[in-house]
Design a protein around this ligand. Structure first.
Ligand code: AMP
Length: 331
């Protein structure tokens, strides 16, 4: 039997090249090797109260993008979190074994409190409990998570162990963090700093669904310096970042040409960025076109959501039967 992998996708906003190379590409491969459950985490986004039109747009856009990059709803189970009523039911039950003190100590919660002061809602406090429910509703073994989510996964393991111990039944396996593939790709941003991310400032990320004009403008504005003055010198971070992105979207020949130009100090960053913008566009255009046509096909999207929900609920119901049996809610 294949192991179960589960991953949630934030429903707030769109995918950038970092999400694509760091996550989506792997999901597409993973779906053939594992029993994969991928869902759009719309309940989680309600902690910040998006307006209904925005929420609907984001969920549809996210689903269309993942379908466009190659998730196959016949191969994996692809669904929207709020279509699975078993998730909030399990969330309620897990809240009975989640301690208030440990939730208050979560790094992400403390961070929110620091930033938002008094406007903290209970949904933010119990975010890790909902995340645990998302994972264990499918009795998942493996969860592809980034460093920032490790603490939440640790809490999920705590709830799993607490539940199994309290009810003296091995209902849930302990989920572990999962790196698919040999190496973790980190896509750098355009601002000369660390990684590409949507919260790192407007000009930092290249989004898959943005049009050519927007993306080219961002790339042309990417941070550079005044150019190498000595042959074969080491590239400063902001220049290396551009070469790293090039590595993902350009041909070997292009990369060699610009590397040589850097090494003999003849490089012109304007040319480098123009080439990069063209290669990014060539790479993104088919994904964007496909995602846009899927987005416009409301009937198809609804079918995908319904099909995903049906598949996900079969497994979720099995889990909830086990949970209710263990607790004794089976009169
Ligand atoms: P986020 O956009 O932070 O919710 O991340 C969603 C997924 O994309 C996670 O699996 C991240 O590890 C991955 N990801 C986000 N940004 C990058 C990046 N710049 N490079 C590689 N992977 C990334």
């Amino acid at each position: 039997m294949k192991e179960t992998v589960l991953s949630g996708m934030r429903s707030t906003g769109k995918l950038h090249l970092g999400n694509y190379f760091g996550a989506a590409v792997n999901y597409v491969k993973m779906q053939h090797e594992y029993d994969c459950y991928f869902f759009i985490a719309d309940y989680h986004s309600l902690t910040t109260h998006p307006n209904p039109t925005e929420l609907k747009h984001h969920v549809r856009e996210m689903l269309a993008t993942y379908l466009a990059v190659g998730l196959d709803p016949e191969v994996c189970t692809l669904y929207v979190q709020s279509d699975i009523p078993e998730i909030p039911e399990l969330y309620l039950l897990l809240n009975m074994i989640a301690y208030k003190g440990e939730l208050e100590k979560t790094a992400s919660f403390k961070d929110k409190v620091r930033k938002a002061g008094q406007t903290i809602n209970a949904g933010l406090l119990t975010y890790p409990v909902l995340m645990a429910a998302d994972i264990i509703i499918h009795r998942a073994h493996k969860v592809p998570v980034g460093k920032d989510q490790e603490q939440h996964l640790e809490m999920t393991r705590n709830y799993v162990n607490r539940f199994n111990r309290l009810y003296e039944k091995e209902v849930f396996p302990e989920p572990v963090a999962f790196n698919f593939g040999d190496q973790l790709v980190k896509v750098p941003g355009l601002d000369g700093g660390g990684k590409m991310g949507k919260s790192e400032g407007e000009g930092n990320a290249v989004f898959l669904l943005d049009d050519e004009k927007i993306n080219s403008k961002k790339i042309m504005r990417a941070k550079t310096d005044s150019g190498p003055t000595e042959p074969n010198s080491e590239k400063p971070v902001e220049i290396q970042n551009l070469f790293d992105i090039m590595q993902l979207v350009s041909t070997e020949e292009t990369i060699t040409t610009f590397n040589n130009a850097y090494n003999d100090c003849s490089i012109r960053y304007g040319d480098l960025k123009k080439q990069l913008a063209a290669d990014v566009e060539q790479f993104i255009a088919p994904i964007r076109d496909k995602a846009k046509s899927i987005y416009d096909n409301e009937t198809y999207l609804k079918e995908v959501m319904q099909h995903g929900a049906e598949k996900a609920r079969i497994n979720a119901r099995i889990t909830m039967d086990m949970v209710r049996d263990a607790i004794g809610i089976n009169y």
